[in-house]
Write a new protein. Structure first.
Length: 120
């Protein structure tokens, strides 16, 4: 198997596992920007298949990111990049991010309202 096909499979197969088989919903109308709210990150699409735009996971076993502490999220992504935290899909995706991307994604998810569902 050529190297690029292997890397492609390594990144996309785990992401496919996060998908629930439904087509993504059309994006909601963009609400007016709240003062101080972060801009939508350019690399948000890397995260949404598993964690959702607003940080509410659609997949059992995948953590909700909305409302988490920004520093915690930045540290978690840095730990995936360094190998301190082990999860093949997250390591692959984190290694595709620059420090500015990590800061933007962490700020975005920290600013989201968080998961308001019931705990089972």
């Amino acid at each position: 198997m050529p190297r690029h096909a292997f890397v492609f499979a390594l990144v996309l197969l785990p992401l496919a596992a996060c998908a629930d088989g439904q087509a993504p919903a059309a994006p909601a109308a963009v609400a007016p920007a709240v003062a101080g709210a972060p801009e939508r990150p350019a690399k948000l699409g890397l995260c949404t298949a598993c964690h959702g735009d607003d940080g509410t996971s659609r997949t059992p076993g995948t953590p909700h990111l909305g409302g988490q502490d920004q520093l915690y999220l930045e540290r978690a992504l840095a730990d995936y990049r360094s190998g301190k935290r082990q999860h093949v899909p997250m390591t692959s995706l984190a290694n595709a991010l620059q420090p500015a991307d990590i800061q933007a994604l962490a700020a975005w998810y920290a600013a989201q309202p968080g998961f308001a569902g019931s705990v089972r």
